[in-house]
Design a protein around this ligand. Structure first.
Ligand code: ADP
Length: 394
């Protein structure tokens, strides 16, 4: 291929990536050094984008595709000619169509979307796992004029994760039965020892039974985590009173803790959700608040009604979290490796399970914290459409 032919080729590619390159390339009258340098720069960047292994797409502010590189064609199957001018929603499977307003709202707020894992649809209708990063494109005055998106195929990684989940699920299932038997025999033994007044064995059997309960919880947590990630957990929504649930959950935690757990949730707060699962989230957050507050202090649980949603907060005055980790703590198996944190037992599962449960309810979970100053965890849930009076009136 000659140099001219190669440049011509890149100029054609440049048009599908940088729309303005098309005009620059044909404006033969402009031969000033400046415009030549600009053209070289454009061609250089067009070549960089075109040879990228990641799909790079640009779109207008109203969501129409304006640029498409070769890797985008390899990933989605469409040529640039086929998709430029089409809405980005053609790449979204029906269950991910909500990605569009979510991404646009983030961009309008001037925020970038980093490594967001989602699914997309190819030209043939195949659904693929992708990780996308979307950044706002602004004009010289700083006005938002569009967005650039980098998409990466993560099918192999997802396949590995699914295999791992399947393995963890099988192992946990296998462990459940012997642990349950061990628990029953331990309890029977404890009853017998209590009955026979064998005082010297009472402490030993009690400790053994406590360890069995811990083991049972670990295995249940692992099983639950893998089931959640494999999408095998179905919610069973019902309408319930949130402050009653909070009381039910904190009672057993309070009985074994020196912290003062204060329930400030407003009554009545009606929610339509899976009561057991929301209870599990509250239990996880309150247990963490106790665990990561070495000096017994207050733990406050409160609710705030907002339009269309209820926000629940769990505040502690413990070791706190460096804002650097405020997103990562919700990742699977993530634990902060600081001097303080490593002294507390845990597997880095609870917050990930909680985040999955809240996301299944179309809610959000987040934390506000500073290291050394305690943390407040929040989660939001859509509020019940049926009000209390409507419910009683029927
Ligand atoms: P685990 O507590 O078992 O490690 P989690 O998923 O519940 O797992 O929490 C992940 C990490 O987030 C913890 O290891 C800890 O570093 C941090 N963390 C969670 N809750 C708190 C809290 N209330 N205060 C300080 N750090 C917390």
């Amino acid at each position: 291929m000659t140099k001219t032919a190669s440049n011509g080729n890149i100029t054609k590619q440049a048009k599908s990536i940088i729309p303005s390159a098309g005009y620059a390339a044909t404006s033969t009258g402009q031969d000033s050094q400046d415009s030549q340098a600009m053209m070289q720069k454009l061609l250089h960047w067009a070549a960089v984008i075109e040879s990228s292994d990641d799909a790079i797409i640009s779109k207008s502010i109203d969501g129409y595709i304006t640029g498409w590189n070769a890797a985008a064609q390899r990933l989605y199957g469409y040529t640039a000619e086929e998709v430029i001018g089409k809405p980005v929603s053609i790449l979204m499977p029906p269950e991910r169509i909500d990605d569009f307003p979510m991404i646009m709202n983030q961009l309008k707020a001037g925020k970038k979307i980093d490594h967001y894992e989602t699914r997309r649809k190819t030209k043939t209708g195949r659904i693929i796992d992708v990780s996308i990063t979307v950044s706002p494109i602004k004009d010289a005055k700083g006005n938002l004029i569009g967005a650039s998106k980098i998409a990466r195929n993560i099918a192999d990684r997802k396949q590995d994760e699914r295999r791992r989940d399947e393995f963890v699920s099988t192992v946990s299932h296998e462990l459940k039965t012997p642990i349950a038997s061990q628990k029953i025999y331990g309890e029977l033994l404890q009853q017998q020892i209590d009955k026979d007044g064998l005082g010297q064995y009472q402490t030993l059997i009690k400790k053994m039974n406590q360890q069995t309960i811990k083991l049972e919880k670990l295995v249940n947590d692992l099983l639950e985590l893998s089931q959640l990630h494999m999408g095998r957990i179905k919610l069973e929504p019902q309408e319930f009173e949130l402050s009653q649930l909070v009381s039910d959950i904190i009672e057993p935690i309070q009985s074994t803790s020196t912290h003062k757990i204060v329930n400030q949730t407003k009554k009545p707060t009606l929610i339509t959700a899976d009561r057991d699962r929301i209870g599990q989230v509250i239990a996880n957050l309150v247990s963490n608040a106790v665990k990561y507050s070495p000096h017994p202090a207050k733990i406050i649980i409160a609710t705030k009604a907002e339009p269309g949603q209820v926000v629940v907060s769990i505040q502690d005055f413990g070791i706190g979290i460096d804002p650097e980790y405020s997103q990562r703590i919700f990742e699977r198996f993530f634990r902060i490796n600081g001097e303080d944190e490593t002294t507390y037992p845990g597997m880095g599962i609870g917050l990930n399970v909680s985040a999955k449960i809240i996301s299944l309810h179309q809610g959000k979970i987040w934390v506000e914290s500073q290291a050394g100053q305690g943390s407040t965890f929040y989660f939001s849930l859509p509020s019940s459409r049926k009000t209390r009076s409507e419910g009683q009136g029927r």
